[in-house]
Design a protein around this ligand. Sequence first.
Ligand code: IGP
Length: 370
Amino acid sequence: MEVGALGIIGAIVRFGIGAPPNCPQPRFLRCTTPPHMEESAAAASTSTVQSLDNGDGDGEGIQHPHPIRRRSPAAVHYVGPFQFRMETPDNTPRNILEKIVWDKDAQLSLMKERKPLVVLHKLLPQAPPVRDFLGALKESCNRTGMPALIAEVKKASPSRGILRENFDPVAIAQSYEENGAACLSVLTDEKYFQGSFENLHAIRSAGIKCPLLCKEFIIDAWQIYYARSKGADAILLIAAILPDSDIKYMIKICKILGLAALVEVHDEREMDRVLAIDGVNLIGINNRNLETFEVDISNTKRLLEGERGRIIAERDILVVGESGLFTPEDIAFVQNSGVKAVLVGESLIKQEDPGKAIAGLFGKDISLRT
Ligand SMILES: O=P(O)(O)OC[C@@H](O)[C@@H](O)c1c[nH]c2ccccc12
């Protein structure tokens, strides 16, 4: 029952009430330990439950500070026969990325109930064999002398709305492949990007040879197994939403499953965190700030300058320039900054034939026909 009376709320805020049974708990990140990972995860001390900032702003309790919080449930307050939830800064998402992650958390609980990890694990032998995502990027880059293309199958986005009304994911994927894409990225988030795991599965089942990146907001190891069961060859790990320990742990799972992990960063701080993690061989620099949607392609250049660029070259890490690439000049700009691959959605998907648009974007035909 809703209580509109500000007076009551004011009184509660002022005087407080006894903590109800489900009062907000300290926030936790939860990461499921798959059955066969238990030992190695423990051995590597990549703990499966990490505490975050306790919220008082003094940094105490921070193990892996990052700005995206997990949802803490709104406290239910009781005033006589009334019951209501109070909106507080703790249970209201601060930006779109946080909202996406909180919604994902809720959806995931349902999906995991329907298909627990032990069940999912048993389905994996039936999944199509993994393809070499990183190898395909390197091969394409060597062949064309230009950044390899990861072309994105993307119907909509929260910043741009619907990008393409007449959306046939398999036809788009085929056209991308014929016209020189090295790999494909398939959005699977339904609520904000109108993607689906069915699209990923359909593309994989249609005989597409390009390795597939499952473009998802991964916050739980369960999703990696699910992506593999639907035919993914690579997954995305977004540094802005994952603590270092989860990134390390998830990279290990990817290794076991033979998947490539594209670790996405947006700023220097995230880049430095990721460079401190062993086993990272594929980094994406997102030119779009996922919290504000601002796009600036010079972000790619900035993050590859100086010491960071040197470390990346020394370790032979392949870097992908992501988002906001529209012209051959944009491609040349990120190539000169040091990327060996680009991830492109909007500028291709909006064209009548997204595959044919590739030659326009690169300023030349990069298909195998040449
Ligand atoms: O459509 P664009 O501007 O070409 O961007 C593609 C891709 O980089 C973008 O979709 C993306 C990059 N990282 C993400 C993380 C989640 C969702 C989407 C993304």
